[in-house]
Design a protein around this ligand. Structure first.
Ligand code: PEP
Ligand code: CO
Length: 459
């Protein structure tokens, strides 16, 4: 990697990185973090990359999801457990319908910093700097809370370490045993069509497991039934922190950002000559690139070539987020450009960020129908372009929140205030997310390329 160092991004312009008034305090914290243990290790990241290479080849599907912004206030083992369970249940639904393995990637254990549409927030005539995520400043609307505080970085690192520790225990300790996962019921999934459909799925899986048991295949002997691979990701936004977490792998000499297995570049920081792209081009982690309406095909090609000059499979995931009604306007030209250049990418769909609206009650929300419609439009678009819709990127929580309107429980604008807890964007709750997984599995079944790919994988 020519002319790259973990701090070379500092020579480029950067957006959405705050100025810390306490520079000395920031340096001290970064120095401390640099000397602390990595959160993930290089071998894991390579493993994820090989799983993502299977997604590029249409042999697997990628499910990425979690909070818009993790917070100190919502840090609780039950929240981690419920989000983990929900992602596993959604995976089960998708695995069953597509007959494909699902790569499970949480927006978790490090998803704190947020790029904001405005640097300031005005309330009752008072203007303050915007909230930028719990690892930077506080959400409370007061002058002192909004000052970037370096100590928050260390607290976020510790919270990420504890979160990851619990996730590893769940993934490898037997909690995620397939014999149990299909029997899980999230307590609050009330009587909905999803409960019934999940019950039917449970019965089918129970039959399959009973058959496998009879053939001598069970979790006592087969680790793959007993454990899951669950990976972590966040937006590589706050580069001073990502730099401090970047280490050289002693076995290969490669540089890895050890803050997560996968990091992505946001739609607002993907400038080719900007610091975020410079940082991401030098690390070995798989990289996501958010693709919004302002991304031109030539820029996308240049970005891919800059970040993945060897065209490695599994290195790049393109996460489209145009808004339900804009998919046909923007996505086909990007797909054609990537195809023409022969670039290996995963096409994932984020149906959340292009469909955020303000409710009449003032809350930021997302209509469930728009989320579903974007997924349907994206699948249809890939089908007609002959490309593989290989992933889904969702903001969700395992909690019973009321942040997005619609879904089987028909959450209305008036309901939003009852359990609106997000620190940034509105998340699908567990009912809505599971409902989406079932509705998408219907799309997958309709989409002939999946059956073709599934056959390829089986042969
Ligand atoms: C996000 O994923 O939370 C986000 C800010 O998305 P985007 O960069 O696509 O706007
Ligand atoms: Co968001």
């Amino acid at each position: 990697m020519k002319n790259w160092k973990k701090n070379s991004w500092r020579n480029y312009p950067v957006k959405h990185i705050p100025e810390y008034p306490d520079k000395k305090g920031l340096d001290n914290v970064l120095e401390k973090i640099e000397a602390f243990p990595p959160l993930v290790f290089a071998g894991e990241t390579r493993h994820l990359k090989s799983q993502l290479a299977d997604v590029v080849d249409g042999k697997a599907f990628l499910l990425q999801g979690g909070d818009c912004a993790e917070s100190f206030a919502e840090f609780h083992p039950d929240n981690i457990k419920d989000t983990f369970k929900l992602l596993l249940q959604m995976s089960l639904v998708l695995t069953y319908s597509a007959s494909l393995p699902v790569v499970k990637l949480g927006r978790i254990a490090g998803q704190f910093s947020k790029p904001r549409s405005s640097p300031v927030e005005v309330k009752d005539g008072v203007e303050l700097p915007s909230y930028l995520g719990d690892n930077i400043n506080g959400m409370e609307f007061s002058e002192s809370a909004r000052v970037p505080d370096p100590k928050r970085l260390f607290r976020a690192y510790s919270q990420s370490a504890s979160t990851l520790n619990l996730i590893r225990a769940f993934s490898k300790g037997g909690f995620a045993d397939l014999n149990k996962v299909h029997l899980w019921n999230l307590d609050y999934i009330k009587k909905t069509p999803e409960t019934k459909r999940f019950k039917e799925l449970e019965d089918k899986i129970a039959d399959a497991l009973a058959f496998m048991e009879a053939c001598g295949i069970n979790s006592d002997f087969n680790n793959r039934l007993y454990t899951v691979n669950f990976w972590t990701s966040h937006e590589a936004l706050l580069l001073p922190f990502e730099e401090a977490m970047t280490r050289t792998d002693t076995t290969t000499g490669e540089n890895h950002d050890t803050s997560a297995h996968f990091v992505w570049i946001g739609d607002r920081t993907r400038q080719l000559d900007g610091g975020h792209v410079e940082f991401c081009r030098g690390i070995e982690n798989p990289i996501g690139i958010k693709c919004g309406p302002t991304l031109e095909p030539d820029d996308l090609i240049n970005l891919c070539n800059r970040i993945n000059p060897n065209n490695d499979k599994g290195k790049i995931t393109l996460i489209s987020r145009f808004g339900a009604d804009n998919v046909s306007k923007y996505l086909p030209k990007l797909i054609r450009a990537i195809k023409k250049e022969g670039l290996n990418v995963i096409w994932s769909c984020d149906p959340c960020h292009g469909n955020t609206i303000k409710a009449t009650t003032g809350f930021k929300t997302r209509p469930f129908n728009s989320v579903l419609k974007e997924v349907q439009n994206v699948f249809a678009c890939h089908q007609s372009e002959g490309s593989y819709a290989g992933g889904l990127h969702i903001e969700l929580t395992g909690q019973d929140v009321t942040e997005c309107i619609g879904g089987a429980h028909k959450i209305s604008e008036e309901d939003l205030s009852s359990r609106y807890h997000t620190h940034c964007d509105p998340r699908l709750n567990a009912n809505q997310a599971l409902e989406l997984a079932f509705l998408i599995s219907d799309e997958i079944k309709k989409n002939s390329s999946y059956s073709k790919n599934a056959n390829k994988a089986a042969s």
